[in-house]
Each structure stands twice: as C-alpha cells, then as structure tokens.
Design a binder for this molecule. Structure first.
Ligand SMILES: Cc1cc2nc3c(=O)[nH]c(=O)nc-3n(C[C@H](O)[C@H](O)[C@H](O)COP(=O)(O)OP(=O)(O)OC[C@H]3O[C@@H](n4cnc5c(N)ncnc54)[C@H](O)[C@@H]3O)c2cc1C
Length: 314
C-alpha cells in the first residue's frame, strides 16, 4: 500500500502524545497529523499499570496539561483518574480521531533529499503500514511495555510462592492473609506497601538503598483556594510556578541557598518553603500588575472545547 503522508507523526497516545497532538492542533491547526499507538488504549502508563493504589508521585498541577489545568481536588491522583483525564482531553480536543491503535512503530528513516521521514508500523494482523512526514515526535515513554524489568534471583526456581511484577499485575491476584515481600524502595514500592498491608498477613519492604519520604496531604489546600477564587488557568499558573520554583530552588546550590544554609542550617524543606513563599509573592504582584494593565483576565474554562480559530490566537 502507498505510504500515507501527514505533516506530523506522533508516536504514542500517552500523556505526552496526547498533549503534543492537542498543542499542535491549537497552534498549527492547518498541519495534518497521525498518532501511532502500539496498544489499543489511550493513556500509556496510566492505562497499563493497575497495581493496588497506583497513583502519581508528583502533583497533578505540574504533571497535567497547562492548556487543560487539573481541577480535581486530589493533587496526588489515582492512576485511573489520570487515565480518564488523558482520555477526556483527547476526546475534548478531538485528537482521538487521529489515533491509529494497534500500530507499533518499528522503523523511522530520514531522507535528506525529500526532507521526509518514512515511518513503518507493524499492525496486529502481521502486516505493516507506512507513513511519511516532515516532523516525527516520539512520545513513546521510557520503558519496555511488553515486560517490566525483572532480574533473575539465584534460587528463584525453588521459590514456591507467587512472583509478581507491578507492570503486569494479575487482575485476580488475591494476597489476603499472605506474607508478602516487596523488593525495592522506590515510588512503586512506597505505593504498594500500605495498600497490600490492608489485606496481607504481613508485608516486608526489602530495600538496598533507603529513600526518604515527606508525608504531605494528597489535597493541596492552596490550589483549592486559588481555584475557588481565580479561574482554573490562573490558579494553575500560580500553583505550578510556586511548586516548580520551590523544587528548583531547593535543588540548586544558589548563593541564597548557601547563605541560608550556612547561617541558619535550614533544611531543604524549609528552604523550599522560603523560596516558594518568595516566588508566590513575586508572581502575585506580577499577575496583579498585568491584570490591571492591558488585558482582561478571562481565561478559558478547561472543559470548553476550543475551535482551531480561537486557540490559534492564544
Ligand atoms: C506507576 C508510575 C507512576 C508514575 N508517576 C509519575 C509522576 O508522578 N510524575 C512523573 O513525572 N512521572 C511519573 N511516571 C512516569 C510516567 O511514565 C510519565 O510521567 C508519563 O506518564 C509518561 O508519559 P508518556 O506519554 O511520555 O509515556 P507513556 O505513558 O509511557 O506512554 C507511551 C505510549 O507510547 C506507546 N508506544 C511505545 N512504544 C511505541 C511504538 N514503538 N510504537 C507505537 N506506540 C508506542 C505506548 O504504548 C504508550 O501508550 C510514573 C510512571 C509509573 C510507571
């Protein structure tokens, strides 16, 4: 079959691929595009992972889309809620119609003479589909989808229990009353342990390197208050900026950081709060100044679908 030409091919219909398609449609409404997705579902990570308690580790105000701000009350959101957010975004912006499900990209060749990519995808029925495009955007994630990494443990063949990888969590797995060991101390283990403990007889976390955990509420009171008083878009800008600047400041050995540290021995957490408060003040002042200036602040409601014409003006 002759290759199909589109201006842009996006690989993957996860958080990134759907976001890229929506932005492309908003900013370049005349460009044609196709999203090639290996699986049969939208959502990538948030559709694939189904282990008990699966949720985001970072707050959704920074992980979510700037053009469709997160408005749910929980800043640390459950996996299915994030999956629905991605699906709803795709539907609302109409990019779901451009997804070719069951298309696993297997090669991409650049031709300098025609300045085009030739992208080949294998389809479920054993055949291939070919696309040409001027721009290739690879939003395929960072891990193997067909199998999570599982090291071979010596003596594993003698283990009589059940061995489970969270990437392929069996739907019917029953751990009630069982003694469970969770190997690892990363975000997945931290999520799994309390959820398994609700029904298991005993849960042990086996860790090589300890991780450090700061216990915070899942709801962000500041964000909720801002959302009530400001529009979701303005609240998003403020909250995302405060969190982003705070994290950046706490991780950056800036002179201010060093001074605080040396003078008062502040911990990074306290410093984050100081920077965040400072950033919040500056941003609020800037926003108030701009609101009283040239434009009236009436950002779009997140649920409103924008026509290409109106979004192109943004
Ligand atoms: C349990 C868990 C929690 C996480 N929490 C956070 C968090 O809180 N904050 C954070 O920043 N990150 C987090 N991550 C990382 C998370 O994967 C990313 O934040 C985000 O979901 C990545 O989106 P993505 O669209 O780039 O990739 P993915 O979600 O991985 O989606 C990639 C898509 O590309 C498709 N694809 C892959 N290869 C091909 C191919 N060859 N052809 C066609 N399609 C292909 C896949 O099927 C998939 O649909 C988490 C990851 C996990 C597993």
């Amino acid at each position: 079959m002759a290759p199909q030409h589109v201006d842009v091919v996006i690989v993957g219909a996860g958080l990134s691929g759907i976001g890229a398609a929506c932005l492309l449609q908003q900013h370049s409404p005349r460009k044609t595009f196709a999203i090639l997705e290996a699986r049969e579902a939208i959502g990538g990570t948030w559709d694939l992972f189904t282990y008990p308690g699966v949720r985001s580790d970072s707050d959704m105000f920074t992980l979510g889309y700037s053009f469709r701000p997160w408005t749910a009350s929980r800043a640390i959101a459950d996996g299915p809620v994030i999956r629905d957010y991605i699906r709803d975004t795709a539907r609302e912006y109409g990019v779901d119609a451009s997804i070719r499900f069951g298309h696993r990209v297997v090669s991409a060749d650049w031709d300098g003479d025609t300045a085009r990519w030739t992208v080949t995808a294998s389809t479920g029925d054993g055949s291939t589909a070919t696309f040409t495009c001027s721009w290739l955007s690879v939003c395929s994630g960072y891990y193997r989808y067909d199998a999570g990494y599982q090291p071979v443990f010596p003596g594993q063949d003698r283990f009589a229990g059940t061995l489970v990888h969270p990437q392929q969590w069996p739907e019917d797995l029953d751990w009630a009353g069982k003694r469970v060991i969770v190997i690892g101390s990363g975000a997945t283990a931290v999520t799994l342990v309390p959820n398994l403990a609700e029904r298991a007889a005993h849960v042990t976390m086996l860790q090589r390197t300890p991780s450090y955990i700061l216990s915070l509420p899942r709801t962000d009171k500041l964000a909720q208050r801002l959302q009530r008083t400001l529009s979701p878009r303005l609240a998003y800008v403020l909250v995302a900026s405060v969190i982003g600047l705070g994290l950046f400041a706490s991780a950056t050995p800036s002179p201010l950081y060093q001074t605080y540290r040396e003078l008062w021995g502040f911990s990074p957490v306290v410093l984050t709060l100081i920077y965040a408060t400072y950033a919040f003040g500056v941003l609020t002042a800037l926003l108030l100044a701009s609101a009283s200036g040239t434009h009236s602040s009436a950002p779009c409601a997140p649920s409103r679908r924008r026509s290409p014409t109106s979004t192109a003006r943004r």
